[in-house]
Ligand binder design. Structure first.
Ligand SMILES: [Mg+2]
Ligand SMILES: [Zn+2]
Length: 275
């Protein structure tokens, strides 16, 4: 399945909440967050909130404990593990931050299944305070995309991936993109014919896509819950297996998934993580 790259948004696509809100709410800082939100970009505000929580005595361990409790449907874990075991290239593109994403994926034992996490950088400073920075340094220059927030244009990240796959001598790859939010619309517009976009039904990206479906070159497969997300992904990969097995000498050995797909628990466990 080296021919398939599955790109996941993180908040409300892998976990079932927004990780920024989850941390702020669970550490009792919702009021301050709401008060400051109209005054600065979201990503800047998250850095300010981490500073504020630190001054209130909240530690990195407190933040980690809250992140570990973030709701994550068990289907998502099995989806990630099985896609990885099948050799799919799994990546994250998210406007959360590296610390939140790594903490959660590591806690659920799937961090090593991802080859790339594209998100806002973050680190714990010498005082034990979490610092969060923009992916795109917008105070120096703008990324120039009017659809996206100043700190991150997910469409540019997808364009970079497509250029990487499309280079001369490289094998053609199919990209499957999953998302829910407004920020997932720009990357959806960049996908090519033959790619697939999976918007979460009744969420902002689904509203934007369905409002003018002609603008989307990729196939559109909506999903409502994480069981359906899994079912559609497995079906798409099954289909990819069938269509590519004739051109590949070992196509069938890669595709035992196709017979096991309806029996999720019978599939082999994930391979050991790489890091
Ligand atoms: Mg999201
Ligand atoms: Zn954009």
């Amino acid at each position: 399945m080296a021919g398939i790259v599955v790109v996941f948004d993180f908040d409300k696509t892998i976990i079932d909440v927004d990780s920024d809100n989850w941390v702020v709410d669970n550490l009792g800082a919702t009021d301050l967050f709401q008060r400051l939100l109209p005054t600065m970009p979201w990503n800047t505000l998250m850095d300010v909130m981490m500073k504020e929580l630190h001054s209130q005595g909240k530690t990195i361990e407190d933040i980690k404990e809250v992140l570990k409790r973030a709701p994550l449907d068990p289907h998502v874990i099995s989806t990630i593990k099985q896609l990885y075991a099948l050799g799919c290239d799994l990546r994250v593109v998210s406007d959360a931050n590296m610390f939140f994403i790594e903490t959660i994926l590591k806690h659920h034992g799937v961090l090593g299944c991802f080859s790339e996490i594209n998100t806002n950088p973050s680190y714990v400073d010498e005082q034990g305070k979490l610092r969060i920075f923009p992916y795109h340094e917008f105070t120096i220059s703008s990324h120039g995309c009017s659809l996206c927030p100043p700190n991150m244009c997910k469409g540019m990240i997808i364009e970079r991936m497509l250029a990487e796959f499309g280079g001369e001598g490289t094998k053609k790859k199919q990209l499957i993109y999953l998302g829910d939010g407004k920020g997932d619309y720009c990357p959806s517009l960049k996908l090519r014919e033959g790619d697939i976009v999976m918007p979460r039904k009744n969420y902002p990206v689904w509203e934007l896509i369905t409002a003018n479906i002609k603008l989307i070159r990729a196939q559109v497969h909506e999903w409502s819950d994480f069981e359906e997300q899994q079912r559609i992904l497995f079906k798409l990969i099954h289909h990819h297996c069938n269509s590519s097995s004739s051109s590949s000498s070992n196509g069938n050995s890669q595709c035992h998934f196709q017979t096991a797909a309806p029996m999720v628990s019978a599939l082999p466990p994930a391979l050991p993580v790489r890091h």
